[in-house]
Design a binder for this molecule. Sequence first.
Ligand code: ZN
Length: 403
Amino acid sequence: MDELERDLLDLAAIGGAGESGGVTRVAWSEGLLAAYAWLARQGAAIGVDPAIDTAGNAFLRWPAGDGPALLIGSHLDTVPHGGRFDGALGVLSGLDVIRTLRRDGFAPRCPVWLTAFMDEEGTRFGTALFGSRAFAGADLSGLAERRDAAGVTLREAMQARGFDFDAIPAAAQLDRVRGYLELHIEQGPVLEHSGDDVGIVTSIVGLVGLHVRLEGQANHAGTTPMTLRRDALAGGARAVLELRELARRTAGVTANVGVISVEPGGKNVVPGACELTVDIRSADPGVYGTLDATARGLLERIAREEALELTVSELYRLEPVPLDTTIIDAFERAAELEGATARRMPSGAGHDAQILAPHVPAGMLFVPSRGGISHNPAEYTTPGQCAIGSRVLARAVTLLAGA
Ligand SMILES: [Zn+2]
């Protein structure tokens, strides 16, 4: 068993609930802080200094060379009953890279840092990408009173671990970084299908979330003639299928209706209102720019044809983020040098890299996910696949931080 594989197993035992229960290390939990302490011990063992900033981001800092640091990172928090690779593999492969390069006597021309960003998942407080946003200097002051399911506020949760919510702005340290590299499991099936060792991410998907309400007329299911009905669910059903068609005929676009409800909800009542959520995504800025208007146009046409009143409100919106071409090229060269097969691909999921990318050159490397499964105890990447990813990452560090 190699060191990276052993580290993955050791870390999974922290917050691990056994084979079937997966790993649970939610933001600001005892388990997550125990994982930080474990990481600090690994850092100390290879001679790099551990630190935790005011936003709960854990660091190992290799104080080499001069100027801003090359930062390798991901996250150690998980969703409840998550897998042992999401986030963890990015941090542990970074640890593996630093350990290997130091052992090999590599002398970087700048500091090399490793970070585990706090609360990437956002499950507990609805505060995804918290640590990377704090690191990038985003204003998070409005989040203090967010509550978890038990009624604990974020401010209280931080306090319980010895952190002061009002001190978060001191974590803004992006000016000390020259670039960011993140290795992550793909969380999708593309690499497993193509058989490639690594994916080099070209851009991180942009998404628009909409809440849609269609109103018709609730009425007697038996006495109202079919031609006179204003059936809101019929409109909703058409929306589901037409959005799917829209996504199928546009490369790289996904569309999802994940929540739907009907009023008043009676077996013998024509549905008077239908509410649904729409999530549409594209990593291509040009395509992304048209998605919102296209989806709204489609909904308006359906409402008109079905004689329904339409109300659409925006739930969320995130622009697609292109990643740095110099780092993309470095990953490609690194893969070649390591004899790894690589393909360029977009990321359909959000990652800390998207927060840093608008400010510093950032790149992401994917390794395959078995069955494309993630956020699940069945999440799996073979030790061999992890090792190849780590080697490509190490090689990219030597290309970007070499003399
Ligand atoms: Zn992740």
